[in-house]
Design a binder for this molecule. Structure first.
Ligand SMILES: [Zn+2]
Length: 70
């Protein structure tokens, strides 16, 4: 078992998924995303941060919205 990735969402308590990204100029480390409520949590030089992400439905793509057609 790898306890280093046993991180729970502070909002809903779900298992968060670690994300590895490289942002130039931003020393973001240990970025995590909650797959249930899309809370994003990360650590940087100032400490821990939490942000509320926005879920994007797959059927709501820009330029392909169909309204009133069933
Ligand atoms: Zn959550």
């Amino acid at each position: 078992m790898d306890s280093s990735v046993n991180l729970r969402c502070p909002k809903c308590g779900a298992q968060m998924e670690p994300i590895e990204i490289a942002v130039e100029g931003l020393p973001i480390e240990q970025l995590r995303l909650c797959p249930d409520c899309y809370v994003v949590e990360w650590n940087d030089a100032k400490g821990g941060h939490i942000d509320q992400g926005v879920p994007v439905p797959k059927d709501h793509l820009p330029g392909g919205v169909k309204s009133g057609e069933a």
